[in-house]
Design a protein around this ligand. Sequence first.
Ligand code: SF4
Length: 562
Amino acid sequence: MRIAAFGGAYANPYALRAMLEDARARGCERILNLGDLGGFGAECDAVWPLLEEFGVESIAGNYDIAIGRGDEDCGCGYSSERDNEFAQLMYDHTRAATSAGFAGWMSGLPGELREEIEGVDVHAVHGSPLAVNDFLWESLDEEELGLRVRESGADVLLCTHTGIPWQRRIEGTLVVNVGAVGRPANEGRCETSYAVLDLQDGLTHAELVPVSYDWRAQAASMRAAGLPEAFVETIETGWWTTCLEVVPPRERARGRYQVYRDAVPGGFAAGDGAGWAEAPPYEDRGRPVVSMFGTEAFPARLWIYSNFHCNLACGYCVVASSPRARRREIPAERFRALVDEALEEGFRELYVTGGEPFVHPQIIEMIEYASDRLPTVVLTNAMLFTGRRARELERLAGRERLVLQSSVDGARPETHDRWRGAGSWARAMEGIRFARELGLPLRVAMTETPENRAEVSQLAGLLAGLGIEGADFAVRPLVQRGFAAGVEHGIEVSEGVMAPELTVTADGVHWHPVGADLESSPDFLVARGQVPLAEAKRAVIERFLELRLEDGTLPAAFRCAV
Ligand code: SF4
């Protein structure tokens, strides 16, 4: 026997009709509705005749129970004031647009369906076997999934409440979350979904079927009813724009929006110091949520380690670079592909670092390629601007979007050389002067040590004489990573206290440039190998959300009260 199962019709008669017709065209003999008939769209009563016309068998969702019971609100209890406003508006609309007859019909719906069909024990619920408002996410851990499956013990368990479709066999039970037919699944596509099951001789096969429908009509109907624009946007774009706190990190990271605008975590202990850029302003279209990428919590700044070897071996080098360091070069071809990808993925600036980038044989053409396309900062110790490299550096003069960033750790050679090697202060100052004479924009950072702490204003004056002043001079803390692991006076860093800045090396993708050396900072590795930047961003966002939920800086999930 072939059966169709859908849920979350959400007052979307356009999608529901398209789905029901599709199910009939596929030869489905029975059609099961797993609940939530209203709650997002405008035309609540319009779904009722469709259920009758197509002979749909229904169970109740949490929204149906609340409407059937005549509750005053949906009881969701969001932590965002804006979400509460939207939820109330939506609930009030649903109550007003649902006839007494339809509400009464909802109040008589059973809470679940359990039946043996063609030798298969089928259990249909709205949320999970635990509760009508329980979320059966794909990302639940094995123990949580097992708990729900054992509670049922059926051969096939059907559910809908999360609105995101998936299927998987768990402990012998085929679990099918049919998604929602009335709202797209936060994947950037307007199609919605339902499931088709083939049951025969005790065997089951399930297919998750996309529903193409007239989403423009649904959007127009919602607008005409004065429903929140944030909800209409979901219908038009396929991305969820409200009520995200209930969504677990893995599913939330896949969407376009992750956090409430007013709940973007900030104030990280070691979040700045490496770059100069201000966090871009939030894009406000009246929606309550923002993409985490692009906020101060995850700046749109890409770091690329062109290589790891260096002419120096500074005592506080966070990535343990030296002339003997494993080279880990990124070839020019891969670098260009990364720059192209960075543009596509919305990165707004690029930092090229190492090791010393100017020992990379192709660095000049790499910098040219990058700074033709993105504001580019190249970190250098400025000590190699002689001979052939000096001539090559001239090619970079006059590039508007290129800045060099160098390090000087004191106003006197003694303080600088103590950490960076004899003679390095003089050569760095010479290199900086040379770059300035070429007209190259330069910034200088001083890494603060007990030896140079008293020289900050003296160094600032020295650099001002070379035209490097104001925001182009910064003092950064010494970080306990790489060669400086365990060093006194250094700050400790971890994913927990640092805002992520996506960093690519030849080894993979890392949380932040100060932890980009796989050997000394394995904890900062996000993914190994050549990972697409879109994938890397998703992995960082998922980890960030996990950390924030652990430390309580993001609101925890609620359960809609029933
Ligand atoms: S701190 Fe910079 S200059 Fe010093 S060893 Fe590391 S990469 Fe080279």
